[in-house]
Design a protein around this ligand. Structure first.
Ligand code: SF4
Length: 340
């Protein structure tokens, strides 16, 4: 049986490889191609125009020049490389730019890399930043996708972070359990478990956008994570043509909850260059979300959130106060800001 590393290495990574696998032509875009073969096979079965195909196959709309390179303003909030410090008590930490798949809607799509080479470690600077900022309680491993790193590398980071006494929480944002489920091994879970006593909580936030993404293999991977008692949360992006119906969202939420993954975030899509074809109007999103509120128990309802462009951070895209503010959002300081 191949290891997860071999499976990852064997992914479709070229335009020619993609055309040959699907026996059809695709437009050449400026963005990399990366699809693990089992996922490509699923896309073949479901159809190129299915919610699976739309998320991972290149389309001509990606050539558009409109949209933002850094839609949520990460760069302006990055005090040193590999860190974004936007909220006082937590940082985003980027140990890699690599992902198990390239999602065509990704808000970081202008910064990703398919190189196997990982970031050169800047760990010394990260640690010295953490030590100076005692208000930081949580490190959120993001990327790229942090679970694409080896167990050794993740363990090394956690060992170092565990020496910083004010760090209480660790969070991983990952698409890997869904896209490359073979990566969720017992060895990985045992390694992570070793740190469970040191940190108050280790949260794993699993990213999926449509019920069609779930297979027996990735359900087993999530069950393995649950067996080791990690706290499992979900995040999804609301995407035009992929999951923009009440039924799609309910099926997705049901998949998560049946696997004991607590629905956490439903992101409004970001205005990223090359991904504008996935955008929905904010009022459309609010209408859709309001239909969910009648059909899903409160504890299973993800927070519908939006990142205000320019680095202002996340805010609720829907709540009783903002629902009537057509074309507006309320930012973190309580100010009404226009959003169209
Ligand atoms: S796995 Fe996450 S970071 Fe990577 S391309 Fe997909 S959405 Fe973007």
């Amino acid at each position: 049986m191949s290891t997860w590393q071999e499976e990852f290495k064997n992914s479709i990574k070229t335009h020619e490889g993609l055309e040959s696998f699907f026996n059809t032509s695709f437009p050449k875009t400026n963005y990399p191609i990366l699809i693990p073969r089992p996922l490509a096979q699923r896309i073949k079965e479901e159809g190129l125009d299915s919610p699976l195909g739309k998320q991972f196959l290149p389309v001509v709309e990606e050539l558009g020049e409109e949209g933002l390179i850094d839609p949520i303003g990460d760069h302006d909030q990055s005090p040193i490389p590999q860190i974004v410090h936007r909220y006082k008590n937590r940082i985003l930490f980027f140990p890699t730019q690599t992902c198990p798949v390239i999602c065509r809607y990704c808000f970081r799509k202008n910064e990703l890399s398919t190189n196997d080479e990982l970031f050169k470690s800047n760990l010394k600077n990260v640690l010295s930043y953490l030590k100076k900022h005692t208000e930081i309680e949580e490190i959120i491993f993001s990327g790229g996708d942090p679970l694409i790193l080896s167990d050794e590398k993740i363990s090394k980071y956690l060992k170092e972070f565990s020496q910083v006494s004010h760090i209480k929480y660790i969070r991983f944002h990952t698409r890997t359990p869904i896209i490359l489920p073979s990566r969720i091994t017992d060895n990985f879970c045992k390694m992570l478990k070793e740190f469970q006593e040191r940190f108050t909580q280790i949260n794993i936030v699993i990213h999926a956008n449509h019920a069609l993404e779930f297979t027996n293999k990735n359900r087993e991977a999530i069950e393995t994570l649950d067996k080791y008692r990690f706290s499992l949360l979900s995040q999804s992006v609301l995407l035009r043509g992929v999951n923009d119906t009440t039924e799609d969202l309910i099926d997705l939420i049901n998949e998560f909850t049946s696997l004991k993954v607590r629905p956490y975030y439903l992101h409004h899509p970001d205005k990223v260059r090359g991904g504008l074809h996935f955008m929905l109007d904010i009022e459309e999103g609010r209408r859709l979300y309001s239909t969910l509120r009648n059909k899903i128990s409160g504890w299973a309802l993800p927070n519908y959130i939006i990142d205000i462009p320019g680095g202002e951070g996340k805010t609720s895209a829907f709540n009783p106060e903002t629902y009537n503010f057509s074309g507006h959002l309320i930012n973190r300081t309580g100010t009404k800001v226009p959003y169209n």
